[in-house]
Structures are given as C-alpha cells and as structure tokens.
Design a protein around this ligand. Structure first.
Ligand code: UGA
Length: 429
C-alpha cells in the first residue's frame, strides 16, 4: 500500500519504519525542512533504539519530503501523526492538525482513508469530518479513522511490532475502513478493539491517565513508607502480584514527565471541566506528581543542610531512559531547583543534553565518571542502565561527601551501603 505519514516526530518515524518493514511504501512528510533534509541524508533527528537501523534497512520503501500535496495525491492511506501540544490553559493545540486537514481539503482528488494517530480530545475526529464537509469535500471521497498510539519512547519500535491492542474508532456508517486498517496491520497478532471515534479518543486519554494514576499512587504510598520503615519495593511487589493490579508502573521515583502524561492528564481535566465534570482523582494525580520532586529535595536538604556552593551531581537529564527527550523531564526540574538553592550542579546523560538556555545553570559532563568527582551528593534522576550499574567502589573513592539519593529506586541499596555510602531512596523505609 502507498501510505502517506504526516509528521516526522517519534510517532511518525516509528510508524514509517515499521509499516515499511511490513512491506508498505511510505511517503513521510513534515513541514520542517531541516528535519526532512537530515532524514533524506540518512540521519534520524531523535534517539530511539532501533529506529535508525530500521529506517536504513527500509530506505528503498521510505521517502521523506516536505511536499504534502504531492504525497496526498500518491497515497490512498494518510496517517496524521502531527504534534498536539498543550495551550496555556491546558487545552490541546490542534493547529497543526487543522492545517493538515486544510491541505487535505485542497488536494483531495481520489478516495482516501485518513487515520488520526495524534493524541486528540474526544470530538476531534468528528470536528475534522465536519471541517472537510464545510470545505465542500464529498463524504464519499474519504473516511476518517481514529487509531491512537500506545508507543513508549525508548521502546517505540518494539511496542509497534508487539502492541497489546490496536484501537480503531470509526464512523457509524463506515463499512470500508476496518478492512483497510486490518489490511495495513495484517502482520500484527494483537486484538483489535473497534469503537466509535470518541470511544477511541477516550481510550487513549484514559490509558495515559490510568498509568499516571498508578505512578502517583505508588509515590504517595512511598511517602507513607518513609515514615513507617516499610520498603516501597516490597510493597509494589506485593501489590503488583495481584493480577487485578499488575506489576507495571509501580516504580516510585521523582515523578513522571515526558511529552505525554503531563499534557494528556491536563487535557483530560480540561475537557471534563468544559462539561462541568469534576475530576478529583486526576487532580490528585497531578498534585502528587507536582510535589514529588520537592518531597525528595527535602530529603537531600535533611542530609545536606547547607547546599550553597556545594557540588551536587544529577545523573540523567532525559525524562526516562533510552531517549534523548527532555520535555517535562523531572531531571531538568531538579537541576533548576538545585541551582536556585545555590548548589554547584553537575550532570551527565548518555544521550540527552541540557537545553541551550539552561547550560549556564549546570555543567554537563561527557563522561559519567568525571561528573561525580568531588561531589557532596549524587542524585539519580533517570534510570539509564549505565547509571543503575555504576561502579560504587569508584564513586566512594572519588566523591567528597557520602550521599547517594536514588530518585528512581533503581540501584542496589545493599551494594551502595556496602561501600560505606549513605543511601536514600524514595520510600525505601
Ligand atoms: C506514555 C505511555 O506509556 C504510552 O503508552 C503512550 O503511547 C505515550 O505516553 C504517548 O501518549 O505517546 P512515554 O511518555 O513515552 O509513554 O513514557 P512512559 O514509559 O510511560 O513513562 C512516562 C514517565 O513516567 C517517565 O518519566 C517515567 O520515568 C515515569 N514512570 C514510569 C515512573 O515514574 N514510574 C513507573 O513505574 C513508570
């Protein structure tokens, strides 16, 4: 199938690479000409494991361009994977999506299946349908399908090859799209959940909100554990063994970040408020997450009452391991707070970089070992494997202080204590 993918972000590129691997011919389009130039030269602008390799492997089946009208003409299927960031009031900025539909309306000359993969609030697929009709496009020339993605950054390729489910939202009178979608994804063995447009849109928000809820829940439990000498790792294990609860997303830490959970939770609160529906659970999830860092910085201050001009090392900059994405990264917020407390902040990340406007507040090291030399405290902000497997003997020999704050509960406490270091985790009792 000739497939047009609009938006070369991590969802668009992952979708391009995997659908090409399935044998489809991909026309990936983006308005950012620098990004497209890089991709045409064989460079992938983001770090996502296996992505570059898969794009290179399928280079004969993927073209990159900025020419959207041309790609629309060539393809029968259009995936929309553009960004839907938050506006200042927490609502979703649909301007990129809107602009794509304006171009589609202008250049639609033969039947198309238009698949919205971008995360959009309930009602958006309907809105785009109304928009095309208002622009005079015949309803027999297209069908719109909602097909939300559940890709985690850092394991997006694997998630796309092995999804838990494929959700598709279609219009009531649409008899064609389900067959087309099943054809596109025929290599997948996961179950299909077929619902309405609004149903599919809600599944995406509810999924992210529920995962964020699990994280804030365990973070709240971790706070209580700290006062009662219980280890949250044991508690999470005991909880997660119950199949009704499940073991995943129960890792306490300095809070969730990234381009999805904070934005999607806010959008869900916003759409509920628009209909006067109260969201006490979502509000609490946000409240716990937004105070989780502060809670852990207090622990640092208890151990290190005077932080002024003290060298402190923050390990990790990305919002999670295996990505260079720093959007809403708790690590960045931590670096900012330590800087505002007067600490001499040093940092290291295997892939992510401090943004240009924050380079003056911390020194980013190229090597993990050089980042902690003479530090008073080492704080783990991102659980990269390299950081979790640190050589604690080397750390002990080279730091000035003694404190290791494990903000992701990802290192071996006994090993760290064994080298005479002072270990503090999140809810480790
Ligand atoms: C999330 C969802 O997991 C995907 O299913 C979804 O498709 C994606 O958003 C999206 O909407 O596009 P992602 O943001 O890439 O994926 O990352 P997650 O692995 O979900 O992690 C999010 C944050 O939660 C990270 O900061 C991570 O460190 C934190 N986290 C995760 C915890 O603090 N504890 C956990 O147990 C799990």
């Amino acid at each position: 199938m000739n497939i047009c993918i609009i938006g070369a972000g991590y969802v668009g590129l992952t979708t391009s690479a995997v659908l090409a691997e399935f044998g489809h011919l991909i026309h990936c389009v983006d308005i950012n000409s620098d990004k497209i130039k890089k991709l045409q030269e064989g460079n992938v602008p983001i770090y996502e494991p296996q992505l570059k390799e898969l794009i290179c492997k399928n280079s004969d089946k993927i073209t990159f361009s900025t020419n959207l009208p041309d790609s629309i003409q060539r393809c029968t299927v259009i995936f929309v994977t553009v960004g839907t960031p938050s506006l200042i009031d927490g609502s979703t900025d649909l301007s990129f999506l809107q602009s794509v539909f304006t171009t589609i309306a202008q250049h639609l000359q033969s039947y198309k299946t238009i698949i919205i993969k971008s995360t959009v609030p309930p009602g958006t697929n309907q809105k785009m349908h109304q928009y095309l009709l208002a622009k005079g496009v015949s309803p027999f020339m297209y069908n719109i399908v909602s097909n939300p993605e559940f890709l985690r950054e850092g394991s997006a390729i694997n998630d796309m090859f092995h999804p838990d489910r494929t959700v598709i939202g279609i219009a009531e009178d649409d008899k064609r799209s389900e067959v087309i979608i099943r054809d596109i994804y025929q290599s997948l063995s996961s179950p299909f959940i077929v619902t309405s447009w609004n149903g599919a849109e809600m599944i995406k928000y509810a999924s992210n909100a529920f995962l964020a809820t699990k994280i804030s829940f365990i973070n709240e439990i971790a706070r209580i554990c700290d006062f009662y000498g219980a280890d949250v790792l044991d508690v999470a294990k005991g909880l997660g063994t119950d199949p009704r609860i499940g073991p995943l997303f129960l890792q306490a830490g300095i809070g969730y970040g990234g381009s999805c959970f904070p934005k999607d939770l806010q959008a869900l609160q916003h759409i509920a408020a628009a209909k006067l529906v109260k969201t006490p659970i979502l509000d609490a999830v946000h409240e716990v997450n937004s105070t989780q860092l502060e809670w852990n910085i207090k622990k640092l201050q208890e151990e290190l009452p005077s932080i002024l001009d003290k060298k402190v090392t923050v390990l990790g900059i990305a919002f999670k391991p295996n990505t260079d994405d720093i959007r809403h990264s708790p690590a960045i917020a931590l670096i900012q707070q330590l800087h505002s407390l007067g600490a001499d902040v040093h940092t290291y990340d295997p892939k992510a970089f401090l943004p240009a406007d924050l380079r003056h507040i911390a020194t980013q090291h190229k090597s993990l070992k050089s980042s902690y030399i003479d530090s008073e405290a080492v704080i783990i902000a991102t659980d990269w494997p390299e950081i979790c497997q640190l050589d604690w003997k080397h750390v002990k020999a080279h730091i000035k202080g003694n404190l290791i704050l494990d903000g992701r509960n990802c290192i071996n406490r006994e090993e760290v204590l064994g080298f005479g270091l002072n270990y503090k985790g999140v809810g480790r009792g």
